[in-house]
Design a protein around this ligand. Structure first.
Ligand code: PEP
Ligand code: MN
Length: 334
């Protein structure tokens, strides 16, 4: 349920409304926008009499929300959410590019890539320390050492870092990681999502390989229900019958998610296509379709990458991509 208030609502009346609702066991979220203030209600609203609220002086209208996602719903929070990480902003007109290797392999590798992507204008460095691999015999990541190397690259370049978590027990290792990524395979790891909801740190939530957009928003809701409102949604391609590309990039996710939710939406053209030569066209398409940012795999030696080499751009190719993206989506905050 959302309560739409009249312009400049009286503060005392607003406080008594929220206190009354809380007394009925309902959580209230007040969202003050440029044009309208809204009170979003979460929980069991069966005891809330809509007509009593509607009759209040400060209230313009009351609406029930049909969708199962509440905190993530644009009806709850009409203005775009802007997630701020170590000096860069994403969402609400702020376009951000996150770049780096699929996995952290060595100090030389992560530092070289970090310096290169920074020089090309990336705002954050990605790098997996815990890798969800299909085969248990494939490189699994450097774990804690990988996080330490990412922190060295952060110290060297000043870039905030983004890394994937696979298990809630690893949360202490991520204390200095700026954005915690939840990978496609863990999008519905609800216990992990609940633990991340307790943090006050941005979560980059990737869409599962076979999940609907509503399911993605419900996973965001798990994090937000815990009080962590800094969620970035990421479309990274879904499974279809097509085999030429690694996945099928669902670009329509951008306008659909923007209409349903206030959360920023970024695109991962690397995992979506699985092929370095397809990354630039899809990145440009995403920027043109209104994405709030991109996450792109870049490696200094893609042929010898321990993970996802075929879809990794060289630093030179990434630089070319950034110049073209900027022509479509100028990012003032860089
Ligand atoms: C990754 O970002 O390296 C990754 C494993 O992505 P996804 O979860 O989208 O497959
Ligand atoms: Mn990868």
């Amino acid at each position: 349920m959302v309560v739409l208030l009249k312009k400049n609502p009286d503060k005392t009346q607003l406080d008594s409304l929220t206190q009354w609702l809380q007394g009925l066991g309902v959580e209230t979220h007040v969202s003050v926008g440029a044009h309208q203030t809204i009170v979003g209600l979460v929980g069991d609203t069966s005891r809330v009499d809509i007509n009593v609220i509607r009759a209040l002086d400060i209230v313009e209208d009351v609406k029930r929300i049909q969708e199962p996602f509440k905190n993530a719903n644009r009806k709850f929070h009409p203005e775009d959410t802007v997630v701020e990480v170590g000096g860069f902003k994403i969402g609400g007109g702020h376009f951000a590019v996150i770049a780096g290797p699929c996995s952290v392999e060595s100090e030389e590798q992560i530092c070289a890539v970090a310096q290169a992507v920074k020089a090309s204008g990336a705002m954050a460095l990605r790098g997996g320390a815990f890798k969800p691999r299909t085969s248990p015999y494939a490189f699994q990541g450097l774990h804690g050492d990988g996080i330490r190397l990412l922190l060295k690259a952060k110290e060297l370049t000043g870039l905030p870092i983004v890394s994937e978590i696979m298990d809630a027990s690893h949360i202490p290792l991520f204390e200095e990681v700026d954005v915690i990524q939840v990978g496609a395979r863990n999008m519905q790891n609800f216990e992990l999502l609940k633990q991340l909801g307790k943090l006050r740190k941005p979560v980059l939530l990737k869409r599962g390989l076979a999940n609907t957009l509503q399911e993605l928003l419900m996973s965001a809701e798990y994090v937000m229900a815990g009080g962590n409102s800094q969620v970035i949604l990421c479309e990274r391609g879904i499974r279809t019958f097509e085999t030429y590309t690694r996945n099928t990039l669902d670009l329509s996710a951008i306008p659909v998610l923007h209409s349903l939710s206030h959360l920023p939406v970024i695109i991962d053209p690397s995992h979506a296509t699985g092929s370095a030569k397809l990354v630039q066209p899809m990145a440009l398409a995403a920027a043109a379709a209104g994405a709030d940012g991109l996450i792109i795999e870049v490696h200094n030696d893609p042929a010898h990458a321990l993970c996802d080499g075929p879809q990794s751009l060289t630093p030179e190719a990434f630089d070319g991509l950034m110049k073209k993206v900027e022509a479509i989506q100028p990012y003032a905050d860089r």
